[in-house]
Design a protein around this ligand. Structure first.
Ligand SMILES: O=C(O)[C@H](O)[C@@H](O)[C@H](O)[C@H](O)COP(=O)(O)O
Length: 265
């Protein structure tokens, strides 16, 4: 794990008046990085989470982005996914599809949208889904679509868009559960998530999450106020407190989520 000082050094934050302002800023941050990366290397690898994020991504559909986003160069992944059928309302993929990906403006090629294996999803086979998702990522690293982090060989995604639960979980790395300590695998799984249903999930491991070039953690609402304050007091029992990145790890907060932040932080 990155040292406490390293985490504190790289962790940045911006506080916005409302969740709508957070969503606007998140869209601009995403747009700017997509341009940077696909102009540099013809690909933009972006990892999304579930929850409110999939609503906030709709800001990229605003007219100001019309004809400015080269969707065909986007490659989109999930930092975690519920192991339920891909057409299930609880699927992060289904939620992203309904709320964002299926919009006529979003023309990401189907082949560039990397869901978990649909058979494992339908069978509720979390271990199989994790193994196959890891194989998919390793194949894309070999094809140089996904970059690698320095000499580690770990995949380095361009941008990850994350959320945090009231218990301080990020992705499907939950406090007090062993998955947070997984160091060798790229993708692991949980079959008995209790603080956030459904119970069966796959998730990127902490090393993969922290290898990303840019990590944006978007947290809004008073339900997360306590967890946000704990993160910024470096309570590393919360998985979200351990978020870093290779270039930038930034927290976008609305006033409600930031309301108990220590002064001066
Ligand atoms: O599969 C999931 O449940 C999500 O990926 C999860 O990790 C989410 O990001 C947080 O729970 C925040 O959720 P909200 O944005 O809905 O608060």
């Amino acid at each position: 794990m990155a040292s406490a000082s390293a985490v504190k050094k790289i962790r940045k934050k911006k506080v916005f008046p409302t969740d709508d302002d957070v969503a606007e800023a998140l869209a601009e941050y995403t747009f700017n990085l997509s341009k940077k990366f696909y102009e540099e290397r013809d690909y933009f690898t972006v990892v999304i989470s579930g929850g409110d994020l999939t609503f906030w991504l709709r800001k990229l559909l605003d007219t100001k982005y019309d004809d400015k986003i080269e969707w065909s160069k986007w490659h989109i992944f999930w930092v975690d996914e519920r192991v339920v059928p891909l057409d299930d309302e609880d699927s992060n993929y289904k939620q992203a599809l309904d709320r964002f990906l299926s919009h006529t403006k979003v023309s990401i090629p189907i082949a560039n949208i990397y869901t978990i294996d649909q058979d494992c999803a339908a069978l509720g086979d979390a271990k199989g889904a994790a193994i196959l998702y890891e194989e998919c990522i390793k194949k894309l690293v070999n094809q140089n679509i996904i970059r690698t982090y320095k000499s580690s060989g770990f995949p380095q995604f361009d941008l990850q868009l994350l959320g945090m639960g009231p218990d301080g979980h990020m992705a499907s790395l939950f406090p007090g559960r062993y998955q947070i300590n997984e160091k060798a695998s790229l993708v692991t799984y949980i079959t008995n998530s209790t603080t956030k249903p459904p119970p069966k999930r796959i998730t990127f491991t902490l090393p993969v999450i922290n290898c990303a070039s840019y990590n944006l953690m978007a947290v809004c609402g008073e339900a997360q106020t306590d967890a946000v304050a704990k993160v910024f007091k470096n309570d590393f029992t919360l998985p979200s407190a351990r978020l870093t990145a290779d270039t930038e790890a930034i927290w976008y907060l609305d006033q409600a989520a930031a309301s108990e932040l220590p002064i001066g932080l």
